[in-house]
Design a protein around this ligand. Structure first.
Ligand code: B16
Ligand code: MG
Length: 219
């Protein structure tokens, strides 16, 4: 059984932990890459996981045959986000990753606090679509921070808004940059999926495995 007793709170990343909107990010960036004639792949997309929109654009532009002005970059990021927003407009509570609704309910039952620490400026929209707007004790999004993951700012701010010592918080992340951010903030880290294998204090392949380790029975 996974031991929750050392923690007063769990601080969750959003995309890739609570819900997976990776495919919508991928398709939106692919649309930009295709429009501009820039080669793009799933591998490149993996490197955009957990990092901010403008930094994700810089990753995509590494393979661009020409240089872009700041105004052009801003326009591309805007266009990508419009396409992404279309993609997430159909999200519903049933799209949460397997075991996650049960994990969130268990934390409430045990009196542990929970928070979101996300790089996404679409955090509030996603939480609304999942009917989780009022669930968490603190929500830190890409709109609240200056430096995105792997900088510790987003997880440090979550602990601060919870009023807790980061050492009493567990960071749950699917991205390498996110694990580095949580660790930098002074939290123990739990990684989900292949990108965090071998780099986090605890690791599960899928959210459902974390739920099972907490003693939750899933059908
Ligand atoms: P937005 P997370 C991150 O969310 C995504 O993993 C990453 O792919 C995206 O570039 C970033 O949010 C910014 O998203 O364009 O919506 O502001 O994993 O930190 O919850
Ligand atoms: Mg993530």
């Amino acid at each position: 059984m996974f031991d929750l007793s050392p923690y007063d709170a769990i601080v969750f990343d959003l995309d890739g932990v609570i819900v997976s909107t990776d495919e919508q990010h991928y398709l939106a960036w692919k649309m930009i890459a295709d429009d501009e004639g820039i080669p793009y792949s799933r591998e490149i997309n993996n490197r955009q996981r957990g990092v901010s929109r403008m930094e994700s654009l810089d990753v995509l532009l590494e393979a661009a045959p020409k240089a872009y002005s700041q105004a052009e970059k801003n326009e591309m990021a805007f266009r990508k986000n419009e396409e992404y927003k279309r993609g997430i407009s159909f999200l519903k509570p049933g799209d949460m990753l397997e075991g996650m609704p049960e994990i969130l309910a268990l934390l409430k039952e045990k009196g542990l606090k929970s928070a979101i620490a996300s790089s996404s400026k679409n955090t509030n929209t996603i939480l609304e679509r999942l009917e989780l707007s009022n669930w968490f004790d603190a929500v830190v999004s890409g709109s609240d921070i200056k430096a995105s993951k792997p900088d510790p700012e987003v997880f440090s701010l979550a602990a601060q808004w919870l009023g807790l010592d980061p050492a009493k918080c567990l960071c749950v992340e699917d991205a390498k940059a996110g694990i580095e951010s949580g660790r930098g903030a002074g939290m123990k880290t739990l990684g989900i999926g292949p990108s965090t294998r071998g780099i986090s204090d605890f690791h599960f392949e899928e959210t459902r495995d974390f739920a099972l380790a907490l003693g939750i029975s899933l059908s």
